[in-house]
Design a protein around this ligand. Structure first.
Ligand code: BT5
Length: 263
């Protein structure tokens, strides 16, 4: 199958322009559910000035659309202009990103790289962590604010980017490769994705208190001494709880952001 290769462009219009320049840019659009799966393959022909957006408006219900691509800058960039319920999965990202301009690295075909277009929700990052940990199973635990840990090593991460009407929830999970110090899950990507979709449907719309209570149960951070690096400030203390907005309570003080080290 020919590839869609998006380079370093990041805006929706730039992405559409680049796609429109490709002679033949096929998009495989799958409408899947854990129970049933059908695949619709659509060719996007440049001279007709079609683009991915138009292509997948023609098929499926929003909550059942998965767009699978070979290589993209970031699945977040592709998902950004898409409607609620869209899911973008890629084999490879040339500019996969984490929080605060950090990178998410994964050689092609070695991990689950996926973005979901969801309704904004103040605890979406925590809900996505819960969903991902539940989908992974096997003892995967959560490190505040957004890491998935396997045996104490980072096996995945979550990045939520909020737009006016939607939130783009990106999840990266190492499957057959991990960087030094990281962990990998060794699970089938599509099976994991199916489980993740079910869990995310459930937790992204769950009651805040339910999300918080399962997050606490899955947390590897609570009860530990932690260092939170906020750039200008470093806070050390015991991670006691999380608040209703998802903030970490360290020695009684709510901490809204930062990189946590378990001490
Ligand atoms: C995250 O950021 O952990 C969020 C990662 C989200 C990645 C997904 S993939 C699909 C979607 N598309 C994107 O472009 N992003 C999302 P953060 O907490 O800032 O952690 C980033 C840090 O994790 C890096 O600075 C590295 O230290 C480390 N890291 C990078 N790649 C890693 C990997 N494959 N496994 C473990 N750690 C990694």
């Amino acid at each position: 199958m020919p590839l869609i290769a998006l380079t370093t462009t990041t805006t929706a219009s730039a992405t559409r322009l680049r796609l429109s320049k490709l002679r033949t840019a096929p998009a495989t659009i799958t409408t899947t559910s854990p129970a049933a799966r059908s695949i619709i393959t659509t060719s996007v022909i440049a001279r007709c000035r079609l683009n991915v957006l138009l292509a997948y408006r023609r098929v499926g219900q929003p909550s059942r659309r998965v767009v699978r691509l070979k290589s993209v800058t970031s699945t977040q960039d592709v998902a950004r202009p898409m409607p609620l319920g869209s899911i973008v999965v890629a084999d490879h990202q040339t500019a996969g990103r984490g929080r605060l301009d950090r990178r998410w690295e994964a050689p092609a075909g070695t991990g689950l790289l996926v973005s979901f277009v969801l309704r904004p929700n103040p605890v979406l990052s925590l809900a996505a962590g819960v969903a991902a940990a539940q989908a992974c199973g096997g003892g995967v635990r959560l490190k505040w604010p957004n890491d998935l840990l396997l045996n104490g090593a980072k096996v995945g991460g979550i990045l939520v980017e909020v737009l006016p009407a939607t939130a783009i929830c990106g999840i990266g999970i190492n499957l057959t490769w991990a960087p030094p110090g990281g962990a990998k899950l060794n699970q089938d990507r599509d099976v994991l994705l199916d489980r993740l979709r079910v869990e995310l449907d459930r937790w992204a719309s769950a009651d805040v208190e339910d999300v918080l209570s399962i997050w606490r149960a899955l947390s590897d951070t609570l009860g530990r001494r932690v260092r939170v690096d906020q750039g200008e400030h470093v806070i050390e203390g015991k991670a006691e709880d999380i608040g209703r907005g998802g903030e970490l309570i360290v020695d009684g003080t709510p901490v809204a952001f930062g990189s946590v080290t378990h001490l």
